[in-house]
Ligand binder design. Structure first.
Ligand code: DOR
Ligand code: ZN
Length: 345
């Protein structure tokens, strides 16, 4: 039995760092483990243009604790009115690594999102031409579609036609949660990849609903039946370069989650690598962890892998019940549990 596991320093290909005091409190948790992160643009107001992305990047860098080396990779929030020229300019200038499609109303701060992909057709064509990747929140929002089916229906109604029409567009199907999603990405061409969160590898929907309503297990897309979790675990640990790490760490103050209308989002940044590594060990796939965490993401985005390494040691790691980040009390994923690996730096 190995006692430590060393890999190239990983990146987080999907994270919410927020802004203001919350940003100050959470960015160190991501920067401690990850060299780079794809930063979600769903602030209020959202990050839609180059100038606001540059300003947000500066605020993030200013909030990174002394001595930590971290590069935020910025994304543009797509709206019905996105200007193709602005997106492509931001990408060419190294400001926008990607653009993010939030179907309007799908999740936190998505009200300004896209109401119909036809409205961003010119933007997507310009992105495909420029080699600028599209990050996708893959859920339909129609009231007639059950929330547990929203990802599968999104594939049929939106994503499959889009990829047929624009096969050159690089698409990251983010926070994949379903067997249908796994099958779709596996059978799609080389321009389609997906990120997978730690929570969707660890929990199914029972975690949210059995024995009482558990708001800290609630995120979007919601965790689904066990068969979906098993499909995600199988594909994440398979070694396929189409799947890589994206935590979707999404902090909300405790009281905003423990509420009559609790916010969606799981704060998993503090113990993200410990959480993922437990899954790879359980699936007897420790040798596949570096690919998932550190190699497949850069390869898909066309970026170099990180030169440094990180090590996790086999040692008990107790996750606190709550974490005070100054601006708020946050309940971390795995609160109160003991994990088997500890991040050693
Ligand atoms: O659970 C989620 N929280 N899913 C999202 O898509 C957004 C995120 C947030 O910003 O809180
Ligand atoms: Zn997210």
């Amino acid at each position: 039995m190995t006692d430590s596991h060393t890999i190239r320093r990983p990146d987080d290909w999907h994270v919410h760092l927020r802004d203001g005091a919350m940003l100050q409190g959470v960015v160190g948790h991501t920067a401690r483990q990850f060299a780079r992160a794809i930063v979600m643009p769903n602030l209020t107001p959202p990050v839609t243009d180059v100038a606001s992305a540059i300003a947000y990047r500066e605020r993030i860098l200013a909030a990174v604790p002394e001595g930590m080396d971290f590069t935020p990779l910025m994304t543009a929030y797509l709206t019905d009115n996105s200007d193709p020229a602005e997106l492509v300019r931001g990408h060419a200038e190294g400001v926008f690594t990607a653009a993010k499609l939030y179907p309007a109303g799908a999740t936190t701060n998505s009200d300004s999102g896209v109401t119909d992909v036809a409205n961003i057709r010119a933007a997507l064509e310009a992105m495909a031409e420029a080699g600028m990747p599209l990050c996708v929140h893959g859920e339909v929002t129609s009231a007639d579609v059950d929330i547990f089916d929203r990802e599968a229906v999104f594939i049929d109604r939106i994503l499959a036609p889009l990829i047929r029409e624009l096969p050159e567009l690089k698409v990251i199907f983010e926070h994949l949660t379903s067997e249908e999603g796994v099958q779709f990405v596996e059978s799609a061409g080389p321009n389609v990849a997906a990120t997978i969160t730690p929570q969707h590898l660890h929990i199914n929907r029972n975690a949210m609903l059995v024995g009482g309503m558990r708001p800290h297990a609630y995120c979007l897309p919601v965790a689904k039946r066990e068969k979906h979790r098993l499909a995600l675990r199988k594909t994440a640990t398979s070694g396929s370069a189409k799947f890589f790490l994206g935590t979707d760490s999404a902090p909300h103050a405790r009281e905003a989650k423990e509420s009559a209308c609790g916010c969606a989002g799981i704060f998993n940044a503090p113990f993200a690598l410990e959480s993922y590594l437990a899954v790879f060990e359980e699936e007897d796939a420790l040798d596949k962890f570096e690919g998932f965490a550190s190699r497949h993401g850069p390869a898909f985005y066309g970026l170099p892998v990180n030169e440094e390494t990180v090590t996790l040691e086999r040692a008990e790691c107790t996750v606190p019940d709550s974490i005070d980040v100054g601006a708020a009390e946050l309940i971390p994923f795995h609160a109160g549990e003991t994990l088997r690996w500890r991040f050693a730096g």
